[in-house]
Design a protein around this ligand. Structure first.
Ligand code: TMP
Length: 229
């Protein structure tokens, strides 16, 4: 595989990173963004919840462990409000300019956490996705799944480490083991349902080995897109 990946084409390229807390997806996203930028691509990096002014405020409500009594449907509505804003303000304009959008979490997170973790089910999440996101789907989703216990322990350690100096974002990490198990299983279900979009990468590998697999996948997808546009 060449290290210079093909261009995104006029309709842009939308790539999302997914995985349970502590799966290492943000590290991989940063590495891919650096590689793409170094090879001359125009890249937009964003995350959910957050990534816009309004979204950062929504993120604070959603992730702060001081937030109490948030009904599951309110949580679901806020996740999609954040997403609708990000699509309008960041994702759509970037794709329309033919850029590559790398997004740390998207609707699969809502399906895994609110659909699975909170037990709202997939149906309500997918229906809201249709309404709030106009059905905008990623061209490619990288799903990092590491050993369940190791990634949960890693997420909790990170949260303890950062709690003293960063905003407290531990509301989901502090959920119990059963919640996180449901999230994990829902991710597996999504991957089995959509094998053409969602690629599972084994997260318990060296960072560089994962990075190489991601480069190969992105290369393959960009070539396929270039062939049809
Ligand atoms: P992160 O930005 O560190 O990945 O944390 C975001 C947290 O928010 C993470 O615990 C997953 C959770 N989340 C949901 O529950 N639903 C969603 O739709 C999204 C985007 C995130």
């Amino acid at each position: 595989m060449s290290s210079v990946l093909p261009r995104a084409g006029s309709r842009g390229f939308f790539l999302t990173f997914e995985g349970p807390d502590g799966s290492g997806k943000s590290t991989q996203l940063r590495k891919l963004a650096a590689h793409l930028e170094a090879t001359g691509h125009s890249v937009v990096v964003t995350r959910q919840p957050g990534g816009t002014h309004v979204g950062d405020r929504i993120r604070a409500i959603l992730l702060d462990s001081q937030t109490e009594k948030l009904a599951s449907m309110t949580e679901l509505g806020l996740m999609f409000s954040d997403r609708a804003q990000a699509i309008a303000e960041v994702i759509r304009p970037a794709l329309d300019q033919g850029r590559i959008v790398l997004c740390d979490r998207y609707t699969d997170s809502t399906e895994a956490y609110q659909g699975g973790g909170r037990q709202l089910g997939s149906d309500v999440v997918l229906r809201m996705h249709g309404m709030m996101c106009g059905g905008l789907q990623p061209d490619l989703t990288i799903l990092l799944l590491a050993d369940f216990d190791r990634s949960l322990a890693r997420a909790r350690r990170r949260n303890d480490r950062t709690a003293a100096f960063a905003p407290n974002e531990g509301r989901f990490e502090s959920e119990n083991r059963d919640f996180h198990r449901r999230v994990y299983l829902k991710y597996r279900e999504i991957a089995a349902r959509e094998p053409g979009r969602v690629f599972v990468i084994e997260g318990d590998q060296p960072i560089d080995a994962i990075h190489q697999q991601i480069l190969a996948l992105v290369d393959q997808k960009l070539r396929a897109l270039a062939a049809v546009s």
